[in-house]
Design a protein around this ligand. Structure first.
Ligand code: ADP
Length: 496
């Protein structure tokens, strides 16, 4: 008789502090139960690792009411007080990097090392925002009216509702919440259903750090029920969102009725340009870093590698070697470079894009297949060459571990190809020519350009897109400013 198969160990058993595992929503400083529950699965094994309460529309309403009430006092706290609370939150996140990274890897699959990096990166926004809270300034203004003075003050927008995705379950939360709280706003956050545990652990740490009740709320549950409550509430003054352009448009339409401010970080279609004078080895390493991080599931991932003809062969050769060397597997296993995709539908989507390219004549130089043997939602690290710029692979965001290379003749063609997309988030250029650095970075219709640099995001710099990639900026002083209203005051009768 065969021995019964051993059930896989739940990766959440790695948590040192079990108090960070929360499965209810965080509303008004307490944990709120819901009627229904939904499952959270580890995409590397398909094992259900937790069940989370769905608090639905009622929970969203309660969270908005709590945030509205808390706003009346939080808006009046001194920026120094808000900075102190955020510093304490930052310290607790940094003390718990291990456990927070366990949650990230367990619920969305990225390699544990990458997950630790994300937690530290995400914590950076809390630290930066704590500092920035103290630097929210107004200005004095010249006025045309005799005997008058004018000035501006910056005030918090109000209650902010944010909806976040699963690819950076920690950093996308802190990048919105920390600047909002620094500005004096209060927050209702709805995390992605795939990754609620990371957001709930951040809420637990916020509570421990002394964030007052109602200032930060996390509601989990079905987007279609919660979303309209957030966009429809008169008490919510701003909607922050990171996710697909399609859902961003829905939220923008819903927010239009209440003329709410929107901050949208949407999809991208990043060109990764390699000019004929580039350091080809560095460019190949850059493509791998940009493309295969989070298994290619980031909005700034290189989506189209555009190589100038003279260097294309050398680039493809260097890339093939690097892509073949990448080791896919469970993010908790040693030596794994690349984790699973978020779920099986994502694998099917990526597979269809690659098949479409192959059918249109593209060459598959590495990978190009599902890795069902690994027991989860895996797709092989893949390199595709050719097939034309009108492939779905080139026109849509791949969101998977597939690098695709296209050729172009000269700078003019490269710029035209790169800009030929409705998206405009990140672009990358590899060149050693200083004139080209300026010409290309100015000509590319994208919100961020990495020159000889495959990763652009940081707490101190502005992240965001143009065209259908979004509205607004996160990070730096701009990220905090986004959550403030500019008020102008005119004082008359100053001189007699
Ligand atoms: P993805 O397809 O990568 O999951 P989405 O844009 O669908 O990206 O999801 C990003 C976030 O938006 C998630 O938190 C998701 O639950 C939420 N979301 C999806 N559809 C809606 C909707 N109609 N209203 C509000 N939020 C939504």
């Amino acid at each position: 008789m065969n021995a019964p198969e051993r059930a896989p160990v739940n990766p959440l058993e790695r948590l040192k502090d079990k108090g960070l595992l929360k499965t209810q929503s965080f509303i008004g400083g307490g944990w709120a139960a819901g009627g229904a529950r939904f499952a959270v699965a580890n995409p590397a094994t398909r094992q259900v690792i937790a069940e989370v309460d769905d608090v639905g529309a009622a929970g969203a309403k309660a969270a908005v009411a709590a945030a509205h009430q808390a706003f009346q006092t939080w808006r009046k706290t001194s920026p120094f007080e808000r900075a102190k609370v955020l510093k304490a939150w930052h310290a607790l996140i940094m003390e718990n990097v291990h456990d927070l990274a366990v949650l990230v890897t367990a619920e969305m699959g990225k390699p544990f090392r990458e997950a630790q990096g994300e937690v530290v990166y995400g914590a950076g926004f809390v630290d930066w925002s704590a500092e920035e809270a103290k630097r929210i300034h107004g200005e004095t203004l010249p006025t045309p009216f005799p005997g008058s003075r004018g000035w501006t003050i910056r005030q918090p927008v109000g209650v902010v509702a944010c909806i976040t995705p699963w690819n950076f379950p920690m950093a996308m939360v802190t990048r919105k919440c920390a600047p909002a709280l620094a500005a004096g706003c209060t927050m209702v956050l709805k995390p992605a259903p795939e990754t609620p545990l990371s957001a709930l652990a951040l809420a637990e740490l916020a509570k421990r750090a002394g964030v007052p009740d109602g200032v930060f709320n996390v509601v989990c549950g079905e987007a279609e029920a919660i979303g309209p409550v957030l966009t429809g509430s008169d008490e919510v003054r701003m909607i922050g969102f990171t996710g697909s352009t399609e859902v961003g448009k829905i939220l923008m339409r819903q927010a239009a009725d209440g003329v709410k401010r929107v901050a949208l970080e949407l999809g991208g279609n990043a060109p990764f340009i390699v000019m004929d004078d580039a350091d080809v080895e560095a460019a190949a390493a850059g493509v791998v870093a940009s493309k295969f991080r989070v298994s290619g599931q980031t909005c700034v991932s290189a989506n189209r590698v555009i190589a100038q003809e003279k260097v294309a062969d050398r680039l493809v050769e260097a890339l093939a070697e690097k892509v073949k060397a990448l080791k896919p597997g469970d993010g908790f296993a040693e030596g794994v470079d690349i984790g699973p995709l978020i779920h099986d539908e994502a694998v099917a989507r990526v597979d269809a894009l690659v098949r479409g390219a192959k059918d249109a004549g593209a060459k598959i130089l590495a990978g190009g297949r599902r890795l069902d043997d690994l027991g989860g939602a895996f797709y092989a690290p893949t390199l595709v060459e050719g097939g034309g710029y009108d492939l779905d692979l080139a026109c849509f965001e791949i969101f998977g571990p597939v690098a695709s290379v296209y050729r172009a003749r000269d700078e003019a063609e490269i710029i035209a190809r790169a800009n030929d997309t409705p998206y405009g988030l990140a672009a990358y250029v590899y060149t050693q020519d200083i004139g080209r650095v300026h010409r290309l970075s100015e000509a590319l219709d994208f919100g961020m350009v990495g020159v000889n640099a495959p990763m652009v995001g940081s707490p101190s710099t502005p992240f965001g897109g143009v065209k259908q990639s979004g509205i607004g900026r996160e990070g730096g002083k701009w990220g905090v400013e986004e959550f403030t209203e500019l008020k102008y005051v005119l004082l008359g009768g100053v001189e007699g």
